[in-house]
Design a protein. Structure first.
Length: 196
């Protein structure tokens, strides 16, 4: 154990001078210290609840309402901002611009279509193409009536999502449904960025 160190005479004199000038934080007074504890909160009264009326799960559900909670794909693409020249965009939507290349994913599975789409888009950009056509088909109605609904036109819905993700998102400037003469809602115009 360490021995306590005693102050020298100079240190003691210095300490006394400092202590004389110090102002106490709480000066001593004759008044008793007030009780600073908070007053107890009164207990909250809970009103009794009315009993629940009888109900069945799903009784207010609208069976005619579609299961898809997202806006239709055509509406989402139409609401997307225009990232290219407005004049060229108008011509493209009216079918006045001719696609420089096309890929037909029609009839492929998702596993087959995805790598084909990536290779086509990135290859087209590398070749300097600006407008290409991606054909997905409108899709068949294959709802088997099960508890989980089957999406109509799986490729048609999946392809724009793939194009919004890397590596394709960096190559694409604009996506819009094709004009009727190029396939209508079963195809997409894809306007590519200039390759660097």
């Amino acid at each position: 154990m360490r021995k306590p160190r005693h102050l020298s005479q100079e240190e003691r004199a210095l300490w006394d001078r400092v202590a004389e000038r110090a102002v106490p934080l709480h000066p001593k007074s004759d008044k008793p210290t007030p009780d600073i504890r908070p007053a107890p909160k009164p207990k909250r009264q809970v009103a009794p609840r009315a009993p629940l009326t009888a109900f069945e799960v799903g009784q207010k559900a609208n069976a005619a309402r579609p299961h898809d909670v997202m806006r239709p794909l055509v509406d989402r693409l139409a609401a997307a901002p225009v990232n290219m020249d407005n004049k060229s965009f108008g011509k493209m939507k009216r079918g006045k611009l001719k696609p420089e290349a096309r890929i037909d994913l029609h009839g492929m599975t998702l596993a087959e279509a995805h790598p084909e789409l990536i290779a086509f888009i990135l290859g087209s950009q590398a070749m300097g193409r600006r407008l290409v056509l991606v054909i997905t088909g409108k899709g068949k109605s294959r709802d088997d009536g099960g508890p989980i609904p089957t999406r109509h036109g799986v490729l048609r819905h999946q392809v724009p999502q793939w194009m919004a993700l890397p590596p394709l998102s960096g190559a694409i400037l604009q996506i819009t449904p094709a004009h009727l003469k190029h396939g209508g809602h079963g195809a997409y115009y894809v306007y590519l960025r200039k390759s660097r």
